[in-house]
Structures are given as C-alpha cells and as structure tokens.
Design a protein around this ligand. Structure first.
Ligand SMILES: Cc1ncc(CO)c(N)n1
Length: 223
C-alpha cells in the first residue's frame, strides 16, 4: 500500500501550487518583495509560532513512547530557540524590538490558523496533531529547498537567512521525521479516520496559503 503522506501530498497539490505562485513568494524569489510586507509577515509569524510551538508540546504530551516524546520536545525547543531567534534577529535589523514582536496583535488570518490548529490538536489524537502541523513544516521545507536552487538567492541581503533556515538539511530532517511519523500513525486506521486526517491537512494547507496572502495584503482588523 502506498504511504498515507503520499495521499496527503497529492490531495494538497493544487493548494500548495497556488501558494508557490502567490506574489509574496514569487516576489521574494525574485528579490523584489517590499520589505514592509516582509516585516509584517515576520511579526505575524512570530505570534503564529508561539501557538504553533504548543502543538509540539501537545505532541510530547500525546506521544505513545519516549522516543517520540523526546523528538517533539526537540521540535518545541528548536522552534522557540532557533526558528523564533531568526525572527528576533530579523526584527532587530528593522529596529523592531523583541517586546514589539511579542506584542504583535494577531491579524484575522493568524487567529483563524492558530486557533484551528490548537483546536484540532487539543481535541484529537496524536495523528490529528501531526496532520494539522504537517503542512506548515512540509510546505516550508519545499519552499526553502526550491529557493536554495535559485542562482544568487543566497546573495540577497534580506532574504538570505530565511532561505538558509528553511532550505537547511536540519529543517528538512525535522520535516522528514514528521512525515514518517504521520505514515506510522496512519497505518491500519479505518478510512473514516484517514479522511478526517486528510481534512485537517487540507484545511491547514489552505490556511498556509491564506497566511502568505494576509502578509501580502498586510491584513488589519476593520477597526
Ligand atoms: C505560517 C507558517 N507556516 C510554517 C512555518 C514553518 O515553521 C512558519 N514559520 N510559519
């Protein structure tokens, strides 16, 4: 039987393709993205990551064995100390303080995405936690690896570190681990449960798309 992650990947293909073609990413790829849009993205992503990191904590809590528990603890640690540190350093370059970053008011799409993830993860099994968090890691790995291949991309003064983080082997290995965990957890589950996992994966993938779109539009609350 083919792997469940393969089914998820196929099911989300059109959504991911739409993200790859979004002006936020095409302009970032070309090095022409307005830094204001990037700063907006960094701030929203910082508060996004605070909630996202909690999914790893929930993964640790729901893990069925010590090895899985340890791995989620590592993911939690690297989100808080490595990935969020990247954002703190970028913010510093733009004169945005750590406090300002942390006090960013989450925009509507950020609220929708983080609350969707936390709700899916707190109500569901470990498989549901993984299905919900996977599009985030997997799609960023794909974007990072793709960006690394662009000649000159790593010479860009602004986007170099971002590309290096998400295109790195370390990030890729963490994403791979989550993908193989998804496959292991899906083994032997009835179709009804697999369909539920697929639904989680697809909604999170759509919210990933909307997150790029939100950043490009610099979405704000109406009042
Ligand atoms: C919205 C979003 N998705 C995925 C990642 C990768 O961890 C991120 N930093 N932000």
């Amino acid at each position: 039987m083919s792997r469940f992650s393969e089914r998820l990947y196929q099911a989300a293909h059109d959504i991911w393709a739409k993200s790859h073609e979004h002006p936020f990413l095409t302009e970032m790829r070309e090095g022409t993205l307005d830094p204001e849009r990037f700063i907006y993205y960094l701030k929203q992503d910082y508060v996004y990551l605070i909630d996202y990191a909690k999914l790893f904590a929930m993964g640790s809590m729901k893990a069925g064995d010590l090895e899985t528990m340890v791995k989620f603890a590592e993911l939690l640690h690297s989100t808080l100390h490595v990935e969020m540190e990247l954002h703190r350093q970028y913010a510093g370059r733009f004169g945005v303080t750590r406090e300002e970053l942390e006090q960013t008011r989450p925009a509507p799409t950020t609220v929708a995405y983080t609350k969707y993830l936390l709700d899916a993860a707190s109500q569901g099994s470990l498989a549901e936690v993984v299905a919900a968090l996977l599009p985030c890691m997997w799609s960023y790995r794909e974007i990072g690896v793709e960006f690394m291949k662009i000649p000159g991309a790593l010479e860009h003064p602004l986007y170099r570190e971002w590309i290096l983080m998400y295109g790195s082997d370390e990030f890729g290995a963490l994403a791979d681990w989550c993908i193989s965990l998804m496959d292991r957890l899906a083994e032997g589950l009835p179709e009804r449960e697999l369909a539920q996992l697929e639904e989680r994966f697809l909604v999170a993938s759509r919210l990933e798309y909307l997150f790029w779109d939100m950043a490009y539009r610099q979405e704000e609350w109406p009042v």
